[in-house]
Structures are given as structure tokens and as C-alpha cells.
Ligand binder design. Structure first.
Ligand SMILES: [Zn+2]
Ligand SMILES: [Zn+2]
Length: 453
């Protein structure tokens, strides 16, 4: 058979799959199958988990007690008693501390938020294992195979490992938002781990201070078992989120905006104070922008001042504020901050910080918004996305439309890819290389801002 005839047949086969995929995408059953993944992609994993927790709360309050929270409190109390019985703690622990409920108000939330941060960072770090180009890895494999020790390992094993790596590398490239590498070398990684560990320590101490302040209100610390009414956590969540976005957005925006007549804060404050404020906030925030490409574990890579001012204070202020208002209004029984809501909030805040910095778009998590912020950080004309979930960015017109457009393009590619696989299954015709790699990250490298911090 002539080569041109073979090419024609291959292109006819490819066309059959394309036409079949067009029809499949119109099928209701296909749309239903795609729905769960697309919903997670739309609402993101943290919001999906929060929704699931709210559903269990509604069931527990109205249908049947599920007992998850009671069993968590019982287990936690058992651990507390076990720790108190250890020789060291028994020797140094004054019982007068009992009234501060340090275990449930400080130790447990610190463990949940810190553990959440560390676990999510480790999960997201696994992507970085696959950032080497396969050609480079093949070179290493060949070197290993040629070595004396390597000759003892069967070639087929090395080839098998290489194929797995190649596949993972392709997936990594299809999901990594920027073409830049997030890490320069291992020394830089160790520096990140050092700084983040210190900030975790600061966070634990700040959490103690926060709990002691909460104890000065009428927060219910003696009875952790009572669940909140079903409508309270979502409403509190909205208020706490708005507080968080407000206190994160404005200092962050000031840190990135040069104090000229266009900057909003220059019209509100005397010029010397505005300049000083900008300089202090920018200085505190500069460390965080160590690189334009993001890395999950580096979410809290920042100066201690930034950790306190940008990350902890905005997350802590909401629950404290609503508790104080509830006390003043005499409705603390209903609207007071419950421990269970506090735990969920603080853990979600820590995990969300990591998820915003993964630099890696997946069905579970799309950090495109904050990724673009890092990419354009200190360019006064292009800097954008200073908030967390976007309310104040929307209000002040600092929200970029690029991440949302990228997300919907990526979702459309994923749907097309799934339809093509289904078409290939039905037609029995293999997909072409091009048809197998429909999902690609939108490439903005041509618009990259070269300006350094
Ligand atoms: Zn950041
Ligand atoms: Zn920034």
C-alpha cells in the first residue's frame, strides 16, 4: 500500500473518531457521567468537603445523630488523658491550667491545622518528582545500566521504570500551570522547609493567644459536644470568609501598589504615611514572592511579620468578632463560635493556603488565580488577584479574567478527551497521538513578565 493511501486511511480513521466524539458529547448519559468530576472542578475540593460536612450536620440535627463529632471528642479526650498520665507531663503540669482547656482549644486545632498543612504539602510535592525531562532521565538510566552495579539490574526493569516516569511526566506537563520550574535546587528547598517550619511554630503560639482571647468571651469551652444549628456554620463561614478576605486583601494590595496618585490608599492617608505603609508591607511580603512559579509547601514561605499579618490575623479575626457580637447581643447560645466549627475553619484555612500554591491544575484543585498573582506580582500594570476567593478583587476591579477563561478551556478539553476515548472504544479505532493529548495547560509564557521583584 502506498504511503499516501496509508495516510489517507489514518486521517479517515481519525475523522471517524472525531465525528463519533461530537455525537457522544451531545448524549445525556455522557453529560451525566461527566457531572461529578466537573462539579468538583467547578467548586473545588475544600468547598466539596465543607458541603459534605454541612450535609452530615443537617442529618445529625434533623434525622439521626451520626455521632462522628461525639466520637472525635471522645477519642481526643482519651488521648488527652493518656498524655496527662505520661511521667513528664504529670510532673510539670499544674492542674490550675485545666480551666483554660488548652487541649481542645490549642493543641487539637494546632494539630489539625498544622497536620493539614504538612499532609497537603507532602501530597502536592509528589508532582515535583516528575519535572525532569524524560531525555535527561533516560541518560541517567543509561549511565546506571552501564555502571558495574547497574549491570546486575535487568534492562527490562529499568525500561519499565522509565515508561512509568515518561507517563507521569506527560501528566505533570499537562497540569503544571507555568513552564517555569518551581525549585532551583535542593538548597532552596531546604531553605523553604526551614522558613515554613519556623512559621508553623509562630502559628502555634499565635493560636494559643487567639484561644486565650476567645476564652475571655462567652465561648462554650466546657461543653464541646453540642453541635451548632444547621444554618449557623454556613452563615458564620460567609462572615468569616469576608473578614478573612478583607484583612488579607487590603494589606496585600497596598504591598503591591506603588504609592502614587492612582493608588487608592494614597487618597485616604497623608503621603508620608502612605509611603511608609507601602514600604513596610512590601518588605514583609517580598520573601513570599521568592519565585514566580509556585510550590504547595512554600505557601507559608514568608517573613514572620507576613505570617502574622497576612495569614493568621485575617483567619483569626472572624470567629473572635462574631463571638463578641453574639455576646453583646445575648445570642451566644445560637451564634457563639462552637469548637467543631472552629476546627473546620482553621483546618480549611491552612489547607487552602497550600492548595492555592500548588502551581498544578487538577480536577480537585485549580490554583490558577493565585498562580497568576505570583507570576505578575510586582509589575504595577499587570499585578492582579490580591484576595483569596475574589470578592474584594471583584469589587475593586483587580480580578483578572485569565484564570477563569483558562479553567473553562481546560474543562472543555477534558470533556473532549473523555469523548474521544469513548469514541475509540466504540469504533475500535485507536486514537492518534494528537487525539490522545487534547488536554494541555494554556501557555502564557509569551506574555511572561520579566521584571524581577
Ligand atoms: Zn502566595
Ligand atoms: Zn503577593
Amino acid at each position: 500500500m502506498s504511503i499516501s493511501k496509508q495516510n489517507r486511511e489514518a486521517s479517515d480513521d481519525a475523522r471517524i473518531n472525531e465525528l463519533l466524539a461530537d455525537d457522544i458529547q451531545k448524549e445525556l448519559s455522557f453529560k451525566i457521567r461527566r457531572l461529578p468530576g466537573n462539579l468538583v472542578l467547578r467548586f473545588q475540593i475544600v468547598n466539596v468537603v465543607l458541603l459534605a460536612l454541612e450535609i452530615t450536620l443537617i442529618i445529625s440535627n434533623n434525622v439521626q445523630t451520626l455521632g462522628f463529632w461525639a466520637s472525635f471528642v471522645t477519642t481526643s479526650t482519651r488521648y488527652r488523658e493518656a498524655v496527662k498520665r505520661t511521667r513528664l507531663i504529670y510532673a510539670i503540669y499544674p492542674t490550675s491550667l485545666d480551666r483554660y482547656h488548652l487541649w481542645r482549644g490549642w493543641i487539637v486545632p494546632s494539630a489539625l491545622a498544622g497536620g493539614g498543612y504538612i499532609a497537603m504539602s507532602l501530597l502536592c510535592l509528589r508532582h515535583e518528582l516528575y519535572h525532569w525531562k524524560p531525555d535527561l532521565l533516560q541518560h541517567y538510566f543509561e549511565t546506571v545500566h552501564a555502571s558495574r552495579l547497574g549491570r546486575l539490574v535487568p534492562q527490562s526493569w529499568l525500561a519499565y521504570c522509565f515508561r512509568i516516569y515518561e507517563r507521569k511526566h506527560k501528566a505533570y506537563m499537562a497540569k503544571h500551570i507555568q513552564r517555569r520550574a518551581a525549585l532551583r535546587d535542593s538548597a532552596q528547598f531546604l531553605k523553604i522547609v526551614r522558613v515554613v517550619s519556623f512559621n508553623l511554630l509562630i502559628s502555634i503560639l499565635a493560636l494559643l493567644l487567639w484561644w486565650l482571647l476567645l476564652l475571655r468571651t462567652k465561648i462554650e469551652a466546657d461543653d464541646p459536644l453540642t453541635l451548632p444549628l444547621s444554618y449557623v456554620p454556613p452563615l458564620q463561614g460567609v462572615v468569616w470568609y469576608l473578614c478573612n478576605d478583607f484583612f488579607y486583601f487590603y494589606p496585600h494590595w497596598i504591598a503591591h501598589s506603588i504609592p502614587d496618585e492612582d493608588a487608592f490608599y494614597c487618597n485616604l492617608l497623608p503621603k508620608p504615611i502612605a509611603r511608609r505603609l507601602h514600604s513596610l508591607l512590601r518588605q514583609a511580603h517580598k520573601t513570599h514572592h521568592r519565585a514566580k512559579a509556585n510550590l504547595g509547601v512554600a505557601a507559608w514561605y514568608c517573613s514572620p511579620w507576613e505570617q502574622l499579618l497576612f495569614n493568621l490575623f485575617p483567619a483569626f479575626i472572624g470567629p473572635l468578632l462574631t463571638q463578641v457580637i453574639a455576646d453583646m447581643a445575648g445570642v451566644e447560645d445560637i451564634w457563639g463560635t462552637k469548637l467543631v466549627t472552629l476546627y473546620v475553619w482553621i483546618t480549611a484555612a491552612a489547607v487552602s493556603s497550600v492548595l492555592a500554591h500548588t502551581g498544578y491544575r487538577s480536577v480537585w484543585n485549580d490554583p490558577g488565580k493565585h498562580d497568576l498573582h505570583h507570576e505578575r506580582a510586582f509589575d504595577p500594570k499587570a499585578a492582579c488577584n490580591f484576595g483569596t476567593m475574589g470578592f474584594f478583587d471583584w469589587l475593586h476591579g483587580t480580578k483578572s479574567s485569565i484564570p477563569a477563561a483558562d479553567s473553562s478551556a481546560w474543562k472543555a478539553q477534558r470533556d473532549r478527551q473523555a469523548a474521544l476515548w469513548e469514541a475509540s472504544r466504540r469504533s475500535g479505532i485507536a486514537l492518534t497521538e494528537e487525539q490522545m493529548t487534547v488536554v494541555k495547560q494554556p501557555d502564557h509564557s509569551t506574555e511572561w513578565v520579566v521584571k524581577d521583584t
